[in-house]
Design a protein around this ligand. Structure first.
Ligand code: ADP
Ligand code: MG
Length: 282
């Protein structure tokens, strides 16, 4: 903790900052401990930044503030150079959000959702129609276009929510645990979608899956108790915090018939970033 360079990779030169979080603090009135406590972080254009942290770390609170859901207690966020405290209306024009829990209209179909949001973002009816066709292909659900949201599987609902975040050429896209509770197949296709849509956008993705942060994140920011704990490329974090560790499980055999004695199984955890992620939970 006394050696900041091991925790924070120097910002790569030549990148355009998309979102700049400055000394952000959020104290909820009914809680003594701040949910976000002096957060400073920059998210860059053309990158996916994985916002990795345990439940209660402050991911949703940070994302809610930067999408204008509620104001910070102090500090601020600049989105595309504009301040959320004063320019939220114009920021919203180029902002997309996938909330942690789906907010869909039960009675609207997939196609209607996409067209509705595209028009909210100022597209004409024709443009919305075109965007809808493209999106349906990209999320692999053209055959479900006329299915009502209430009849979709959990994975399909999540894909629709992720797609909605990108509608209307959103430049800054905030995704709050887009793959939580999603089946592995839909999870993969959400990953493919994000990689396809990354160019030219600032994508902020919260997750508590290390594998997801490793695969998708150009940069990974680990947050703990409302503060940024460390950040950098997956390679940087692995170099500084080790590249996996061994977990040895020892199982005591129950009976003589079972052979007696002990079995030892050694497994190398395939994930990255384990130590950085686990330190604060020890
Ligand atoms: N509306 C709220 N009122 C009071 N406390 C809240 C509220 N929202 C979140 N919190 C608290 O703030 C902390 C951070 O929560 P949250 O941002 O949801 O974390 P994460 O998304 O990383 O799981 C938690 O301790 C949570 O209980
Ligand atoms: Mg959350």
């Amino acid at each position: 903790r006394h050696w900041p360079n091991a925790f924070f990779e120097p910002e790569p030169p030549g990148l355009i900052p998309g979102v700049y979080v400055q000394n952000l603090v959020k104290v909820f009135s009914n809680r003594a401990k701040p949910a976000v406590e002096g957060m400073n972080i920059t998210f860059y254009e053309g990158q996916i930044t994985a916002f990795l942290g345990h439940n209660g770390a402050g991911k949703t609170t940070t994302m809610s503030i930067l999408t204008g859901l509620f104001p910070p207690t102090s500090g601020t966020v600049l989105v595309g150079g504009k301040d959320i405290q004063t320019d939220m209306d114009s920021i919203r024009q180029s902002l997309g959000m996938c909330p942690q829990y789906n907010i869909l209209f039960d009675q609207l179909t997939i196609a209607e959702h996409i067209k509705f949001y595209a028009q909210l973002k100022g597209r004409s009816r024709e443009e919305a129609e075109l965007e809808m066709e493209m999106m349906l292909e990209d999320i692999g659900l053209p055959h479900k276009r006329n299915e009502k949201a209430q009849n979709l599987s959990g994975g399909m609902q999540r894909k629709l929510s992720v797609a909605i975040a990108f509608v209307g050429e959103a430049k800054v896209v905030v995704l709050d645990e887009p793959t939580s509770g999603v089946d592995p197949y839909s999870r993969r296709s959400i990953w493919d979608l994000l990689l396809k849509y990354r160019a030219g956008r600032t994508i902020i993705l919260s997750t508590h899956h290390m594998d997801e942060a490793d695969i998708l994140g150009d940069r990974v920011a680990i947050i703990s108790q409302g503060k940024l704990y460390c950040s950098g490329s997956p390679v940087f974090l692995k170099n500084n915090f080790g590249s996996g560790f061994y977990l040895t499980l020892v199982r005591k055999r129950k009976s003589f018939q079972d052979g007696g004695g002990k079995d030892a199984v050694s497994v190398q955890l395939p994930c990255c970033l384990p130590i950085a992620y686990c330190i604060h939970s020890l």
